[in-house]
Write a protein that binds this ligand. Sequence first.
Ligand code: GUN
Length: 284
Amino acid sequence: MSYKLLDGKDLAARMKKTMSKEVEKLAAEAIVPGLAVVIAGNDPASRIYVNMKKKDCEEVGIKSFEYALPEETSEEELLGLIDALNQDSAIDGILVQLPLPEHLDEAKVIRRISPDKDVDAFHPFNVGELMIGRPIFAPCTPAGVMELLKDANIDVAGKNCVIAGRSNIVGKPMAMLMLHDNATVTICHSQTRDLKAVCKEADILISAIGRADFITDDYVKEGAIIIDVGINRNAEGKVTGDVDFPKVSKKAFAITPVPGGVGPMTRAMLLKNTIKACNMHNKK
Ligand code: GUN
């Protein structure tokens, strides 16, 4: 069976074009959306992600402000910076790249971000709004997945959607967005009995496990839609998803690649949230 490739790189590029035009219109009124990107410590993956996010901002005309803090930054210093960014009218969105160094309390730091600048949608206020179906900011990765499905004319209503992974960043908010669009949602995880059988029931399978090539063809129903949120490195050091693409693509109706699937969509949604925050701050 030939499969449809869900090309996140292409959709993100199209979205960025549209967003550039929106930003241009704002610029005509001397309004420039601003995103503060806070990175603490020396995690190499975080550095790569932050650089990509800054480059994306530049592409669409959002001004990014980087705050690179040393590994040994105290909680007080970081919270002080967030307080200052909350007050700064040039800043519409605040992104604190996770994970933070171990001595810093992530939950406390996230709670300090003003909810109207919380473009990652990690603050409990925004998590709560998502739960009751009226989010100001949609969490970037799950919202990016929904855009990718919508762009491919895939309606989740009534479908059996199985999400492997229960993180606060992906699994749980993914379930909420799909539920709001009338999917029948199952979240499974490392303690799920017979994970393979549960995944095999999926019309749409979302994998956010974080293990290279974990989802093989025997986890997948013929004709299923496969969304791979994983970003892993395999034994050869190559970036791969959670899904064994060569095998699974033979059974899938549609499938995302890694790289070039969900990753670019996450970043596009961050830009979208930043523009939304800017519009809100300027009462647009
Ligand atoms: N670390 C891994 N994913 C993310 C994300 O989407 N946002 C932030 N801030 N940190 C992350």
